[in-house]
Design a protein around this ligand. Structure first.
Ligand SMILES: [Zn+2]
Length: 68
């Protein structure tokens, strides 16, 4: 997995801030949600993905649905 340089991000025009440490620089990673566990929720998550924003300071991970 390639690690890109951390940077600042926005979600819906709102600057992303870590709720734990308050920093605003993150790495991103995209996770495919097409897993067996997803069926427990009765949702069709096939071909869905989530974007993870990983705080560069404390490592807290924020999850967002990809809308694509
Ligand atoms: Zn943090």
């Amino acid at each position: 997995m390639a690690i890109h340089e951390s940077r600042e991000y926005e979600v819906k025009g709102i600057p992303l801030v870590c709720p734990i440490c308050g920093r605003n620089r993150f790495w991103t990673h995209t996770t495919l949600m097409n897993t067996a566990g997803a069926t427990l929720f009765g949702l069709d998550w096939a071909n869905r993905s989530a974007v993870n924003y990983i705080c560069e300071h404390c490592g807290h991970i924020l999850w967002f649905w990809s809308e694509e």
